[in-house]
Design a protein around this ligand. Structure first.
Ligand SMILES: [Zn+2]
Length: 414
């Protein structure tokens, strides 16, 4: 057969050459470099028996029509964060392209079902702080009114930046049309974490994306002179926050894949000679199980009350953002497991901490699964992001197996 995984690695290097500088990949969505990447991608389609178009939200679609209208979607994103890596998002797209080429060759331009490759617009949200933009529009979960007025660091609105790229936000809902006949969605991605490397495994099966509870927590105590206030009479708002920062490790530690992070802490007045009168912390909690997430949230609240009492302070919570866990399709998880085992013998199932476009597609009710390939050192969103070439090639082969299994499943189900 005609799958050439080495070609994917070569094309990834070509793309890096074209769109990275000494600080890493610069394919930020709605910029010239991103558009250059997409134009380059279009040159790779020449001669293939496909249709190519951009939808109303700027998603980039390649369609290989099959005998059935039922459609397998394969997704990724060519956009990157500033100073990003060479694999995040683009591996998915270029591996998907290789799979599509294989289907086109093997079935002489007409596979049993329709195969569509999508390069989602603005997965990263790097410029306007709105991640998963194109896939949200596709899924119909997008909130245009809230997003169009977002500005970048130069004060340019999202609406203007998108118009410059030929995308009109008023038309976003039309992107939902692309869901027609979608029977399944698969996405390959680098893990972006250290789990597979630690296990010595090239590939893993993703169970879903973790839900997130993100809160601002403020402790109120009493500002007081650091020299004049006896230790026993202090109402130290930092002490309460500090106790919580340690306790969240115990709260997360009861569950195998849960994570809790106190990512920022500010103290007021924040001077060397004053007991802290007010501390403002943030807490980010994630797990794939909604019950675990709920329990961790409750336990963190209870702990904050306890520490607040111990330090003679008060505490208030405000939700910054939350999203429910999005488990992937059970049967597609099985298919992914089979595909991984055919290529690498051993497999491992793991949840994804980061969100991905696959989460939006799954929320739209389309059976979805993701596959991870090992990330070296677990580093991503950085120019040192890397994966062994042999693992990249294995991931292309495994994605191809998954595509075949999914096509068979789509045919059987109808
Ligand atoms: Zn990505």
């Amino acid at each position: 057969m005609s799958l050439i995984p080495q070609r994917t690695v070569a094309e990834l290097k070509e793309l890096r050459e074209l769109t990275a500088d000494e600080n890493g990949a610069q394919r930020v969505a709605w910029t010239d470099v991103w558009q250059k990447a997409r134009k380059w991608f279009a040159t790779k389609l020449v001669g293939l028996p496909i249709e190519h178009h951009y939808d109303a939200a700027g998603n980039n679609w390649v369609t290989l029509r099959g005998a059935s209208e039922k459609t397998l979607l394969i997704g990724g994103h060519l956009d990157s964060v500033p100073n990003g890596g060479w694999l995040d998002g683009s591996l998915n797209v270029l591996a998907g392209l290789e799979v599509l080429r294989r289907f086109a060759t093997e079935f002489k331009g007409k596979p049993p079902v329709t195969i569509r490759l999508v390069d989602w617009a603005d997965e990263e949200g790097a410029r306007f702080g709105r991640s998963l933009l194109g896939s949200s529009a596709f899924a119909g979960t997008h909130s245009i009114a809230a997003d169009r007025v977002r500005t970048d660091k130069d004060g340019i609105t999202m609406e203007d930046a998108l118009r410059r790229c030929g995308v009109h936000m008023d038309h976003f809902p039309e992107a939902e049309k692309e869901r027609a006949n979608a029977a399944a969605y698969i996405e390959l991605h680098i893990e972006q974490g250290p789990v597979l490397e630690k296990l010595g495994l090239p590939l893993g099966v993703v169970l879903g994306t973790k839900g997130v509870e993100r809160h601002a927590i403020t402790f109120h105590g009493q500002e007081a002179h650091s020299g004049a206030t006896p230790m026993k009479q202090r109402r130290d708002a930092l002490a309460a926050a500090a106790k919580l920062a340690l306790e969240i490790r115990n709260i997360a530690g009861k569950h195998s894949d849960a994570v809790c992070t106190m990512g920022s802490l500010k103290t007021f007045p924040g001077i060397v000679t004053a007991v802290v009168g007010r501390s403002e912390a943030t807490l980010d909690q994630r797990d794939l199980d909604a019950k675990v997430l709920e329990q961790m949230y409750r336990e963190a609240q209870e702990a904050s009350e306890r520490f607040s009492n111990e330090e003679n302070c008060t505490v208030e919570w405000a939700r910054i953002w939350s999203i429910e866990p999005i488990p992937f399709h059970p049967h597609m998880i099985e298919l992914c497991e089979q595909a991984v085992r055919e290529i690498s013998e051993n497999s491992h199932r793991l949840p994804s901490g980061p969100l991905h476009d696959a989460a939006e597609v799954s929320r739209a009710g389309i059976p979805t699964v993701m596959m991870f390939v090992q990330s070296l050192r677990g580093i991503s969103h950085n120019k040192i992001e890397d994966t062994r070439e042999e693992h990249l090639e294995m991931s292309v082969a495994a994605l191809d197996r998954l595509a075949t299994k999914t096509v068979d499943w789509i045919l059987k189900a109808n």
